[in-house]
Design a protein around this ligand. Structure first.
Ligand SMILES: [Zn+2]
Length: 414
């Protein structure tokens, strides 16, 4: 058991002073607020919890920053996807392992506590019968750098709404439902400490409601469920044409969506859909830097806050690996769109940095199904210490960390 004394710490309830914690086998076993330090304690000044990363396609790190040139006057998400498919077609076991290991190491250094890996690059380039190796390589990379991982093997069956057959360049992503269930079973038997499995459907474009139902009927009822939901207007329009419903409306009409669900890129929502997500306690998976990079659209934060919706953040395509930068982008996109300041906060917690950090840790830990919910008994003791020559209260330090370059930070596992 080790003990620490934080002069100021961000707890789920907000900032507290003089927080003394004991850590047993990496988890908080005792927390006392307003405490006195003990001689054996390690003293730390301003401390925040590490951040769960709720959405990652780790192989895409290999192309971060390399698609920032115009190849077509109408460059958009779909032309970027063609470049991404080209990268996917070249990835194989060794390059996937190297890319994942480096990327997960960068996540640890940046202060991410865990990663939800939305993994669809299933089939080996040379052996299409093998769809287990890549999942194992990803788990190995995460274990070697000590990053908690919730592996989300993805069911991917169709190229577009209405069961369109897969394109040749999507064939390496393909699994049947029985292969999918077999993959989950095999992986479940080989999980190490800090590793969890979840259920994952690529999108309503790529799987049918019947397939989703079949998977849910044959998997544990407490695993998290992730899906890309409404990233692009074109997929919203395609689903309306096919079903008469928008993606979130359609999902809720077919399934009992609850706190297990993470709706990734819930970018294009109407008011009713915002209410559906909030009422169900599902988590909106927002990936602000990637969504900005790909020109997806702007998440409707003010209405979502008003409905007390839950959200987490993900680094997705890994254009940058930095949780503070993700939160800054989330707030700045609102400011630019609304011509307002200080949007992501509420009357109880008007400091934007603190509000965003607390909310994203809570939503992220819910949907990671990992003990990464912050400075609370039983949760993993991963912290970020903030340092700056600022004579300011801790809430201003965290604002300055998120929005300025005046604060340096160090991620530590206690
Ligand atoms: Zn994604």
């Amino acid at each position: 058991m080790n003990s620490y004394f934080f002069k100021s710490a961000l707890l789920p309830s907000g900032w507290q002073d003089n927080v003394r914690v004991e850590v047993t086998q990496g988890n908080y076993s005792h927390i006392e607020v307003g405490a006195n330090s003990q001689p054996q304690d390690q003293i730390m000044s301003v401390v925040i919890p590490q951040m769960p990363n709720i959405h990652s396609h780790v192989f895409q790190r290999a192309m971060a920053g390399l698609s920032e040139y115009r190849a077509n006057v109408n460059d958009d998400f779909w032309s970027w996807r063609d470049l991404m498919y080209r990268l996917a077609s070249e990835m194989e076991e060794a390059s996937l392992y190297e890319t994942a290991k480096r990327c997960y190491q960068e996540m640890k250094q940046a202060g991410y506590s865990s990663v939800c890996e939305f993994h669809y690059l299933h089939r080996n380039k040379n052996n299409h019968n093998d769809y287990l190796t890549h999942s194992k390589v990803i788990l190995k990379a995460a274990a070697e750098v000590g990053l908690n991982i919730t592996l989300l093997p993805v069911l991917y069956a169709f190229a577009g709404v209405g069961k369109q057959p897969l394109l040749a360049k999507q064939k390496r992503f393909e699994l049947s439902v029985s292969e999918y269930l077999n993959l989950l079973n095999q992986l479940h038997a080989s999980l190490q400490s800090g590793q969890k499995l979840g259920i994952c459907f690529h999108s309503l474009r790529a799987v049918s409601a019947k397939q989703i139902r079949e998977v849910l009927e044959n998997t544990p009822e407490d695993w998290p469920i992730h899906i890309h939901i409404a990233e692009q207007q074109a997929e919203v329009e395609a689903l309306i044409q096919h079903t008469g419903l928008r993606p979130v409306e359609y999902l809720y009409s077919q399934f009992e969506v609850n706190q297990r669900w993470c709706l990734v890129h819930a970018t294009h929502l109407n008011d009713q859909e915002i209410q559906m997500i909030s009422n169900s306690n599902a988590v909106a998976g927002i990936c602000p830097l990637t969504e900005a990079n790909l020109g997806d659209g702007i998440f409707p934060m003010p209405a979502f806050i008003q409905q007390q919706g839950r959200f987490g953040i993900g680094s997705d395509s890994h254009i940058e690996i930095n949780p503070a930068a993700e939160l800054k982008m989330l707030e700045y996109s609102q400011r630019l769109f609304l011509q307002q300041r200080n949007v992501c906060c509420d009357a109880k917690l008007p400091h934007v940095g603190s509000w965003l950090w607390i909310q994203a840790v809570a939503g992220g830990s819910q949907i990671a199904a990992q003990p990464v919910g912050g400075i609370t008994i039983g949760q993993q003791a991963g912290i970020i210490t903030l340092q700056a020559d600022l004579d300011q209260p801790p809430e201003s330090m965290l604002d300055a960390y998120v929005f300025s370059d005046r604060v340096s930070a160090e991620a530590l596992d206690l």
